[in-house]
Design a protein around this ligand. Structure first.
Ligand code: FAD
Length: 285
């Protein structure tokens, strides 16, 4: 059972709990990105099982008419077992999303997976949504800490679908990534400038950073392209509801599933205050 301390960051262990979480947030005008926890499978069975679970989740989201979508890690769909398997499983999920009109996001993992993830994303986006622009039903995450990302973002400019801009969560070698936080922030701003100039909308700000969100608002005012804000469950939730009330499109990334332990500890390690917040939540103050 999910202990109360983890409930701040994880929507539940079952799809039913995740869907209920989405329903509650939708009432506050926040849309939800559901992620079934799981990654780095070295066996085909769990990868196939998670692909099947995502197909079912897409059906459930569509049947319940929720303002919700899904987000998937490449290694959850077997990328560690080979690119072909990953592509085949992603295709199954994306095809179901296209059929039921439920958006599918692809998370980005460490730099060794970037080429395979981008190639699969581009092929599927073109195959299913050619000519549909940013409203296509698929999106890809890109990481500002990687030096290659500017070129990737240029490549994605005419690919149908959305792009989620994040700072990057993985420890990467110095030859491929910026280590310095202020350099990553500068790269993030530069990527947004490019996207607001060249993209026809479909820009997702995957950040809790008030400075980056304000910068996106400014660029939107100046240059017009539409954007949405995405934040994690349990992080700046007041800001999520406030931004939605101001009329911005806000999506909360909410993980669920039985493999919650490593995700929960990642959140705690990343920011010690998160432990205080989680403890306060169970103590009711
Ligand atoms: P930071 O640079 O960590 O912090 C900047 C400022 O934001 C802080 O000074 C503070 O003002 C505010 N802030 C940050 N955290 C908190 C907090 N806990 N409480 C209060 N204020 C806070 N990374 C990947 O590599 N691949 C992915 O696919 C991916 N998907 C993501 C999806 C979403 C929706 C989000 C939100 C993040 C995702 N990330 C992903 C993680 C991302 O790369 C960053 O590691 C993470 O978001 C931290 O960076 P930040 O921009 O939020 O802010």
């Amino acid at each position: 059972m999910l202990p109360p301390i983890a409930r701040r960051f994880v929507a539940g262990e079952s799809p039913a709990a995740a869907l209920e979480h989405a329903r509650e947030l939708n009432e506050r005008d926040v849309a939800v990105i559901l992620n079934l926890l799981g990654e780095h499978y070295d066996d085909p069975e769990p990868a196939e099982a998670d692909a099947a679970a995502y197909r079912q989740l897409i059906d459930d989201i569509a049947d319940a008419d929720l303002d919700a979508c899904v987000s998937i890690k490449p290694s959850q769909l077997g990328l560690d077992l080979g690119e072909d398997r990953f592509r085949a499983l992603l295709e199954e999920v994306v095809a179901r999303g296209a059929e039921r009109d439920v958006f599918v996001w692809v998370d980005m993992e460490d730099h060794t997976t970037t080429d395979a993830t981008l190639d699969a994303f581009e092929d599927l986006a073109r195959e299913h949504w050619s000519g549909e622009g940013p409203d296509g039903g698929i999106g890809l995450c890109v990481q500002a800490n990687l030096k290659r990302t500017r070129e990737d973002v240029e490549r994605l400019a005419d690919v149908p679908g959305k792009v989620r801009f994040v700072k990057g969560a993985y420890d990467e070698p110095a030859d491929v990534a910026y280590a310095d936080k202020s350099r990553v922030n500068e790269a993030y701003r530069e990527l947004l400038e490019y996207a607001f100039d060249r993209y026809d909308g479909g820009i997702a700000i995957g950040s809790h950073d008030p400075e980056m969100i304000d910068y996106a608002k400014e660029l939107h005012e100046e240059r017009g392209a539409d954007f949405e804000v995405q934040m994690l469950m349990g992080v700046r939730e007041d800001a999520q509801v406030e931004l939605a009330a101001e009329g911005y499109e806000v999506w909360q990334y909410a993980p669920y599933g039985k493999k919650w332990k490593s995700y929960f500890w990642r959140r705690i390690r990343e920011r010690k205050e998160n432990l205080t917040f989680a403890l306060r939540a169970i103590l009711g103050r």
